[in-house]
Design a protein around this ligand. Sequence first.
Ligand code: FE2
Length: 278
Amino acid sequence: MTLHQPIVLQAGLRGDYASANDGFVVTQNHAAIPEADHATWRTLYARQSALLPRHAARAYRESLARLDVAGGISDFNAISDTLRARTGWSLIGVPGLIPDGAFFDHLAARRFPVTVWIRRPEELDYVVEPDVFHDFFGHVPLLGEPVFAGFLEQYGRLGAHAARIGALKPLARLYWHMVEFGLIREQGAIRAYGAGILSSAKETVHATESAVPRRLRFDPARVLRSEYEIDRLQPTYFVIEDYAALFACAARLPDLLAAARDATPISPGAADPTDINA
Ligand SMILES: [Fe+2]
């Protein structure tokens, strides 16, 4: 699993932060990407894309197909042109995880931060920090889904408010459960749209088909109280019926965040009396 989660920058991150600007943006320099890195991408792409027809949400699959990225790491500028025409989003290169404030600002302006480097061949199954495979393969396709794309902008816009009222933790839980690990019901089947799921072979099958995890009906108040652990398969997933459910909850978030800040958190995998199975 390789996931974005809002962080305070710490020492030892892999990326080249020295060359980043004030918004933590770096140049991708696509022409200089080594062939070995493109080969790593192709290996990961082939493995993950084979799982998509059975496990991935339709909007994700259709949008990925439009991007045509099987051959190697994409040129962010070219992909941005395609996305901009469709939903107004663009991609920016970043050295890796970036601080909350910069992250929220980019999302609010419909700029999605994508790490410029890729994992090493010995890290195909697990890399500690999010790399270009996670950020791009996991997140970028759904930026082409207009309603989800609108939700993500609204999410970014709420960052400053959440910081002001001391509710960054609940806001991060929403991103974790619904952007990284979200599931959707499509014609009776449970499909994955979350980036943390779709960039991990193991989690893709676990989230959608395993009998082990709990799958609950999406309830924003519940999600905002739900703690998570980053280094294991998720014990609980939340299932939406459509992306409009996410967009609709954004308008209620100022109130929901304040309530969640003052509520008792729910431990990872724990049950709550309000739970309804999906
Ligand atoms: Fe992520």
